[in-house]
Design a protein around this ligand. Structure first.
Ligand SMILES: Cc1cc2nc3c(=O)[nH]c(=O)nc-3n(C[C@H](O)[C@H](O)[C@H](O)COP(=O)(O)OP(=O)(O)OC[C@H]3O[C@@H](n4cnc5c(N)ncnc54)[C@H](O)[C@@H]3O)c2cc1C
Length: 435
């Protein structure tokens, strides 16, 4: 007897990361019969900074995870701002009180975070099929124009034996992450002209876990030659972070943009080690306090796989390259896009028509399309060491400018506000094509 006897649902979601679990919960809340296929089983690790900005906190609230959004349960902690380091300047930037945005951020390991979201989808009524990998699209007709479900392979928990099956649905959502094999199977590849990043992270036991701030660093360098000082390394178009977690642990990492000539050639782990090596001793962040390995993964930015509606499938989160090119944040956008996908998907199912699906790209582009276009220029500029140096030396010491930069990078902007930062950013975002 099959572990997954059903062969039809209202919606099939591939991947139970933040995008997939959120889409499943939103659709289940709308009364839809949803199946989520996840090739791993929870809890499972995911390489990430584990940081949720106020924007992501709002997305969690939208999802109904209010206690987690407040940083209340074990394993979740809240911070009241960001401390930013660049050159000789250290800036303390409380999360701004503007536009009704939450005034705190939250951190939780992805192992806990993703498990919580997947359970939340199940509590809402979605079926979660773990250890189940979507293997190929199922087409509505031989013309292969419209996807109508997926084939899958489930691995048995005990003996690892596999079983294959098919599940069909009028709504198919692909939330299978950066590599998105399913999008590739639909003929959709990455757009190499859009920015891409790579980031690495490691966990350390450190007294810095007690701090009430996230920390960001604009001074990442190539590892120095033997005997040379850290400052002698080349400045990279990169940013570093220390994010405090529960239980005395910090997440330390850094990310590099593909606009850098070092993108493919540098040893990411050595950069991390050289950077950590010059931290003050009292931070306690050393090779001895590291727990676990140094791991890296890609950051697909600025809609680097498009269109996000393709052959009837809606692409959500990293599968559509929805990471914010200004700051490397992807979780909030995955959840926000999931809400849009669920809204149009529910309407399409109700009407028995694909017409509502075409609103999905419009909704996403309307929310952040112009901002991401600006972000593409930003990543291109940051790829030039001189621009990076000027920002660090002349931008960092100017507080008002940095407040503007801070809000821009954290994307804490309100479309209808008359605040100066909102007015400038909204005008700029509208002046460029959303893409
Ligand atoms: C080092 C690093 C640090 C980062 N730090 C942050 C941060 O601090 N804050 C932030 O907001 N973002 C951060 N990001 C980005 C963030 O991790 C992603 O944007 C986010 O995980 C996207 O969510 P998703 O649901 O789209 O995809 P994913 O989280 O990648 O989830 C995809 C899921 O699909 C499953 N899957 C894949 N293929 C299949 C298949 N064929 N069948 C079934 N299941 C499948 C996978 O197992 C996975 O569970 C970081 C990224 C990196 C690499």
């Amino acid at each position: 007897m099959s572990e997954h006897p059903i062969t039809h649902a209202d919606a099939v979601v591939v991947g139970a990361g933040p995008g997939g679990s959120a889409a499943a919960r939103f659709l289940a809340d709308a009364g839809r019969d949803v199946v989520v296929l996840e090739k791993a089983s929870f809890p499972r690790d995911k390489v990430c900074g584990d940081a949720l900005t106020p924007r992501a906190v709002r997305a969690l609230e939208q999802l109904g995870l209010h206690e987690e959004a407040a940083g209340e349960p074990d394993g979740w902690v809240a911070q009241s701002g960001l401390r930013m380091y660049g050159g000789r300047t250290v800036l303390d930037l409380p999360w701004p009180e503007v536009g009704g945005w939450p005034t705190h951020s939250v951190t939780a390991t992805r192992s806990l975070f993703d498990h919580t979201l997947a359970e939340h989808a199940v509590k809402g009524g979605a079926q979660l099929w773990e250890r189940t990998e979507a293997t190929a699209p199922v087409w509505l007709s031989d013309r292969q124009e419209r996807v109508a479900g997926v084939t899958y392979r489930t691995r048995d928990r005990e003996d690892g034996a596999t079983e294959e099956g098919t599940v069909r649905a009028p709504l198919v959502i692909l939330a299978d992450g950066n590599s998105s094999r399913m999008a590739v199977a639909l003929g959709l590849h990455r757009d190499a002209s859009r920015p891409m990043g790579v980031a690495v992270r490691a966990y350390y036991e450190s007294p810095r876990a007690e701090m009430d701030r996230m920390e960001g660093f604009l001074e990442m360098r190539t590892p120095p030659e033997e005997g040379a000082r850290y400052e002698d390394g080349d400045l990279l178009p990169a940013y570093g972070w220390i994010f405090p977690l529960d239980d005395g642990v910090v997440n330390v990492g850094w990310g590099l943009l593909d606009s850098s000539p070092h993108f493919r050639s540098i040893n990411y782990r050595k950069v991390l080690e050289a950077w950590v090596d010059q931290f003050p001793a009292e931070w306690g962040i050393t090779p001895e306090t590291r727990t676990g390995g140094v791991r890296s993964a890609g950051l697909p930015m600025a809609h680097n796989r498009h269109p996000m509606l393709h052959r009837g499938a809606l692409l959500v989160g990293d599968s559509a390259g929805m990471v914010n090119p200004f700051n490397g944040e992807g979780i909030s956008y995955a959840i926000e896009a999931a809400a849009f996908a669920a809204e149009v998907g529910d309407e399409a199912i109700a009407r028995g028509s694909d017409a509502p699906l075409s609103r999905y790209p419009e909704l996403v582009q309307g929310e952040w399309g112009g901002y991401y276009t600006l972000g593409r220029t930003f990543t291109w500029l940051m790829g030039h060491p001189t621009v990076m140096r000027v920002c660090r030396d002349y931008g960092m010491p100017r507080r008002r400018l940095m407040d503007f930069v801070f809000r821009t990078m954290a994307h804490l902007v309100s479309p209808r506000s008359r605040d100066a930062t909102d007015l400038i950013l909204n005008s700029l975002s509208r002046a460029v094509p959303a893409a």
